[in-house]
Design a protein around this ligand. Structure first.
Ligand code: NDP
Length: 266
């Protein structure tokens, strides 16, 4: 590979690149979509229900000068909807440089009470969707001989969270981590990199229901074990997403980038 003579900050730039961010309407996905836009990329903001919020993100991207950015409704658990995401992005952008698989759901239930339908839905939304999006967009990246994929995994793929019971969520996220490594190996010859962004506890609407019901348990078991003793904010993942999406991380693939405030240190 030729020596890259750009300055280190220039290697973080995404000018002229194009991205798809699933679950870009709020929380972590919103922060990542805006950060990619700030770095120069046009972004397809994929949402399931929150149309108005997705349009707000698009308006902010337009204000940054990323005029080709748009919002699209899609259930990423449905293969037909995923095909439409890839088709639309190819039609509007001509190519897809960056895919961020961020959309996800949470649900708590003891393993002995979990219904088969709850298990299937969790695996479908949090794991199968990641495969479907990687496959639909990856086929195009293979044709164009380049691309970067960021899958949002979780600490839950590496530890068993406490006190909430969520075996199905943890299993799905563990699948996301290993799937990412498999694709990193399979697609390296096509100049495609695949990495996992691994958040610790981040304050978003995903964690609000548990937090509202069990504030003391969250403080004791979610915050205290983190050496920083606090939640992360979605924006604290945004720099890492730009890094993983950009040429700044050109020698990194199949890795898990943990951002957890030191939760797993002790
Ligand atoms: P939020 O609940 O705040 O946002 C979830 C996003 O996913 C929304 O944009 C939602 O769209 C979208 N979404 C959900 N289901 C679907 C679907 N079937 N099709 C399309 N979009 C869908 O979650 P976070 O921002 O907290 O989480 C983002 C990711 O980070 C998830 O994968 C989560 O598992 C992971 N994560 C989060 C952690 C945390 O502490 N918050 C910790 C570790 C990992 P809409 O708004 O339209 O409903």
């Amino acid at each position: 590979m030729a020596t890259d003579r750009r300055s280190v900050l220039d290697r973080f730039r995404l000018d002229g690149r194009t991205a798809i961010v699933t679950g870009g309407s709020r929380g972590i996905g919103r922060a990542i979509a805006l950060a990619l836009g700030e770095a120069g990329a046009d972004v397809a903001v994929i949402f399931e229900k929150a149309a108005a919020r997705a349009e707000e993100v698009v308006a902010a991207l337009h204000a940054l000068g990323r005029r080709r950015s748009y919002a699209q409704q899609a259930d990423v658990a449905q293969s037909q909807a995923v095909a439409q995401i890839a088709d639309e992005a190819e039609q509007r952008f001509g190519r897809i440089d960056i895919l961020v698989n961020n959309a996800g759901i949470a649900h708590n239930a003891a393993a002995e009470d979990l219904t088969e339908a709850e298990w299937e839905r969790m695996i479908r939304v949090n794991l199968t969707s990641v495969f479907l999006c990687c496959q639909a967009v990856g086929r195009r990246m293979i044709r164009q001989r380049s691309g970067t994929i960021i899958n949002v995994g979780s600490l839950s793929a590496r530890i068993v969270n406490y006190p909430q019971k969520q075996a199905h969520y943890n299993a799905a996220k563990a699948g996301v981590h290993l799937l990412s490594k498999c694709l990193a190996v399979e697609w390296a010859p096509h100049n495609i990199r695949v990495n996992v962004l691994v958040p610790g506890y981040i304050h978003t609407e995903l964690v609000d229901p548990f937090l509202a019901r069990h504030p003391e348990a969250a403080a004791e078991h979610w915050l205290k074990p983190s050496v920083q003793n606090r939640f992360g904010a979605p924006e604290e993942l945004a720099g890492a997403a730009v890094y993983l999406a950009s040429d700044a991380s050109s020698f990194m693939t199949g890795e898990e980038m943990v951002i957890d405030g030191g939760y797993t240190l002790r």
